[in-house]
Design a protein around this ligand. Structure first.
Ligand code: ADP
Ligand code: MG
Length: 501
């Protein structure tokens, strides 16, 4: 970001003069098989307008029916966020016209959300915890998707035509809204990022969403306002919409703090408005003036009965909650005896789940870790992909490790087996067979190679007999060469010792 292009106050100066207040709204698309109020499929890669039906197209006379899985998963999220779950909640119509929404209203929840009053404790970089209070988590439906053609920005401004794809219309969404986050000061941007990171990890662990920010299945709006240091009344907020990466969440908050501070310092006022985030330079730009709730003419949707959540059902769902990701992480770190920094590297590299899955196939934690953080990380780097995107599975890595342990592969051969799997040559055993990688167990062949090597290196034999036991490297090397690296070095060493003693 080039500060010169924008009127921004230096971040440190912002903090001397102003106190930020922040609120985060996160939309999570649920991974249910079907839509929230109809039976259309929800897959991301379907051809445009193929996952549609009378309900999601808003055709006259079509009636919505609530997806029970969607409600169950909303409750699951609510419970994981320590919320109270309403015994009865309601769907409302949020009325507005937009071409990506054929009904001209969005089914949402308004004054009776399914989950409310919770919190999420997030860990900051220095290891301290910050409690983010949750106002509500409510159910709604997603809109369709517009593609604007002809412009340069992909936005509607300057476009000559727009395409509508209703596949996404009606996919279940959970909107999670925080209470105002006060007192964060300089940490406001960091807290925003840490909160979204934790939330993403949480919904993924719950198995209710793939939470892919890059594909829009998790989207963040960040509200920011400033008030003069020492005052209590909230300032006017702006809402930066649809931020789609963790880094951008942090940057959007930071930018708004610096921008608003300069406007206020210059004697200006902050307009209550939505803003767009620019990935290119980390800035935000003016969107539209912010509607108030009155503009939407909310009313209870007469097509939908109240959503009932009997206590027994809620308790049943509570029993299905998995171990929270950060608790699991702390447990594993202790079990594996890792330092904080080592653990952080694993998590950042996306290696943790892969290593755990590999140990679940019978590999020791040390071995599994060693494969993923060294050889496979290097391969991922070479290919320019993330570790999880490598075309090898934890089960395959475990199979390679098992073959090493059984003495059927040396480390060097094992790496070749992995190369073969990565190159798409088949499963581990197929690669080992096709590439002829298995360690030579043919004792006669190895013995002959040892004899040949000893005969060819009389000086080594002499030195060895004179007491220098470290000279056998040359012999082992020669044997390996003769067997194309397929002899077991341990066995070769034993043979040499036997022959020379
Ligand atoms: P809207 O529907 O208008 O976006 P929501 O209530 O859904 O409003 O969300 C507003 C978010 O902004 C909440 O997280 C709330 O805590 C936060 N918020 C409200 N007022 C302010 C303010 N003055 N400054 C910063 N954040 C605010
Ligand atoms: Mg909102």
């Amino acid at each position: 970001m080039t500060a010169a292009m924008y009127d921004l106050m230096d971040f440190d100066e912002v903090l001397e003069k102003y106190d930020p207040v922040m609120g985060l709204e996160v939309h999570v698309e649920l991974g249910t098989d079907t839509k929230m109020f109809s039976t259309s499929a929800t897959n991301f890669d379907a051809p445009a307008n193929s996952n549609v039906d009378p309900v999601s197209l808003g055709l006259p006379g079509a009636l919505p029916v609530v997806n029970a899985k969607g409600v169950e998963w909303a409750i699951k999220i609510g419970l994981a966020l320590n919320c109270s779950i309403a015994e009865s909640s309601r769907f409302a119509r949020k009325n507005y016209f937009y071409p990506d929404q054929p009904k001209n209203y969005q089914i949402s929840q308004y004054d009776e959300p399914i989950a409310y009053d919770g919190y999420l404790d997030v860990v900051l970089e220095d290891g301290t915890e910050w409690r983010v209070e949750i106002e509500r988590a409510h159910m709604e439906e997603d809109t369709g998707k517009l593609t604007h053609l002809g412009g340069t920005s992909g936005r509607i401004h300057g476009a000559t035509a727009s395409l509508v794809d209703c596949n996404r219309a009606g996919i279940p969404l959970i909107e999670i809204v925080t209470k105002p986050i006060e007192g964060a000061g300089e940490r406001a941007p960091e807290i925003a990022r840490a909160y979204v990171t934790a939330l993403r990890e949480l919904v993924a662990a719950l198995g209710v969403s793939d939470a892919r920010m890059d594909q829009g299945s998790m989207r963040v709006d960040s509200n920011v306002s400033l008030r003069p240091v020492g005052t209590t009344e909230f300032g006017t907020r702006t809402e930066t919409k649809n931020i789609n990466s963790l880094r951008s969440v942090e940057q959007a908050v930071r930018f708004e703090m610096m921008r608003q501070a300069q406007v206020l310092d210059d004697g200006g006022v902050i307009d209550q408005e939505t803003r767009h985030y620019q990935e290119t330079d980390g800035s935000t730009s003016k969107g539209r003036p912010k509607e108030t709730a009155d503009d939407y003419r909310y009313f209870n949707d007469p097509d939908l009965p109240p959503v009932l959540a009997p206590r027994e059902w809620v308790e049943e769902i509570r029993q299905t909650l998995p171990e929270m990701p950060w608790i699991r992480r702390a447990r594993i770190q202790e079990e594996w005896g890792l330092k904080d920094a080592e653990m952080r590297d694993l998590v950042n590299a996306g290696a943790l789940d892969l290593i755990i899955a590999t140990t679940e196939e019978g590999t020791t934690a040390d071995e599994a870790r060693s494969w993923w953080v060294s050889y496979l990380s290097a391969k991922a780097n070479e290919q320019g992909v993330d570790l999880p995107a490598l075309s090898i599975t934890p089960a395959q890595v475990a199979r390679v490790a098992a073959l090493v342990k059984e003495g059927k592969l040396t480390n060097k051969l094992a790496r070749q087996a992995v190369d073969g799997v990565l190159a798409g040559e088949g499963d581990v055993d197929e690669v080992v067979k096709a590439r002829g990688l298995e360690v030579v167990r043919d004792d006669a062949a190895i013995e002959k190679a040892v004899d040949d090597a000893l005969a060819a290196n009389p000086d080594v034999v002499e030195k060895y007999r004179a007491g220098n036991k470290k000279v056998t490297g040359a012999i082992v090397g020669a044997v390996m060469k003769a067997t194309q690296g397929k002899a077991d070095p341990g066995q070769v060493n034993q043979l040499i010792a036997k022959k020379l003693s």
